[in-house]
Write a protein that binds this ligand. Structure first.
Ligand SMILES: [Fe+2]
Length: 408
């Protein structure tokens, strides 16, 4: 499997290929050709101009032959592996290990991104090791790492976002029956998806207001910069590259860098788009406060069959739960609190840390309700009525999640 846009050596160019951008031996963009090769003479002409590598668009023209390290599709062996995969470990058992993996992976992502920003090399092996930890934890119990993704820290946004996208992509790959190897490749792609931003000037990345058209055009180059950064890395799989180049493509063709649409976008590209936008919307940014998970999911749902693939959005929503960890909810009783754990078998009855009594008075000591257990004892009671914006009640959800996960 390969992405629709790929960088190849000029010697690999054949007639019938559609060439987009061309580069010299210092990887400097010479020009955007946007032409179909119709003769050997054109290739020779490019060589004479000092062109060493080109981007070809495999949707508009002929593809290059597959390389040896490309990943196989899900095989019968994978299916057997899937059957053996289950939630072998309880949520609370996995939580401490997941905390350590999450923390370590943020550090790994930070080291890699900072190195790239400084024009230095980074360790693919450390990214692979981090992605391996994510895969392990997701297979043990996906809820542990996913709940940690709901804890947002503004300071480290770029690094935390990279890791969270890695976790969400790996987790979706898991429920979509990807082999363990492909989960690893997808996760590596997630951690690395925004590395190209390290070549975007910081004043644009950190701009609090709206981008000018010129700034947005620079921003839109980051998927391609990402691909450039890893092009000479031998151990990065094609699947990881697709995550990097396609995470801003949109189902209806409104995305970038290529404006691909529908089946032109690989499945992992469609998955990446949803994971990326969900984590971005639920994070505090310079230009806006974090949205609640419901508000983010509602927006993504509105984009079904438009920006996003409906089937993937539905799986994603189901996977996170109707009231994901971090939701602020009001019960039928009028009590309000934070969802701190969701059992996938009972999405409507999560564990809630109750912070307000039925009259709306803040409790001195929060109470933890296991709604599933309480509903069994008292059918008809202890139901969630509605999800609310925690900020309207001066509730910092992260504070309670941090506490809970620290206790875990
Ligand atoms: Fe991005």
């Amino acid at each position: 499997m390969s992405g629709p846009v790929k960088k190849i050596n000029i010697d690999e160019v054949e007639e019938g290929m559609f060439i987009e951008d061309v580069f010299n031996d210092s990887n400097v963009l010479l020009l955007s050709a946007n032409v179909t090769v119709t003769s050997r003479g054109q290739i020779e002409h490019l060589k004479n101009q000092g062109v060493c590598s080109v981007y070809i668009n495999t949707v508009k023209g002929k593809d290059a032959p597959p390389k040896e390290n490309e990943s196989p599709a899900v095989s019968a062996g994978d299916s057997q592996e899937m059957a053996a995969r289950n939630r072998a470990v309880s949520y609370f058992e996995e939580l401490e290990r997941a905390r350590s993996i999450h923390r370590q992976t943020i550090k790994t992502a930070k080291d890699a991104l900072e190195a790239i920003r400084l024009g230095r090399d980074f360790s693919v092996a450390s990214i692979e090791q981090a992605a391996e930890g994510i895969v392990e934890s997701i297979i043990n119990n996906p809820d542990a790492l996913i709940s940690l993704c709901q804890i947002k820290g503004y300071d480290e946004y770029t690094y935390v976002h990279s890791v969270n996208v890695g976790v969400l992509i790996t987790s979706l790959a898991n429920i979509m029956s990807y082999s363990r190897q492909r989960m690893l490749e997808a996760g590596m792609g997630g951690i690395l998806h925004d590395i190209g931003k390290m070549r975007v000037p910081e004043y644009i990345l950190n701009k609090p207001g709206k981008f000018t058209e010129a700034e947005f055009n620079i921003m839109k180059k980051h998927p391609r910069h990402g691909l450039d950064i890893i092009e000479n890395k031998p151990n990065i799989a094609e699947l990881s590259k697709v995550v990097i180049i396609q995470h801003h493509e949109r189902y209806n063709g409104s995305g970038y860098p290529l404006g691909l649409k529908a089946e032109q976008i690989k499945e992992i590209g469609l998955i990446s788009a949803v994971a990326d936008v969900y984590d971005a919307l639920t994070s505090d940014r310079i230009y806006r406060a974090a949205w609640t998970p419901q508000k983010a999911l509602a927006l993504i749902f509105q984009g079904c069959d438009k920006e996003y693939h409906r089937g993937i959005v539905e799986r994603f929503t189901k996977h996170l739960g109707i009231y994901p960890v971090g939701s602020f909810v009001r019960l039928v009783s009028g009590e309000m609190g934070v969802v701190v754990y969701v059992d996938k078998e009972s999405l409507l009855a999560p564990r809630v840390l109750v912070l307000f009594d039925p009259t709306g008075k803040r409790l001195k000591d929060p109470l933890e309700y296991d709604l599933l257990k309480l509903q069994t004892e008292n059918p008809g009671e202890f139901k969630i009525d509605i999800s609310l914006n925690p900020k309207a009640f001066q509730v910092d959800v992260n504070h309670y999640l941090r506490d809970k996960t620290a206790l875990g």
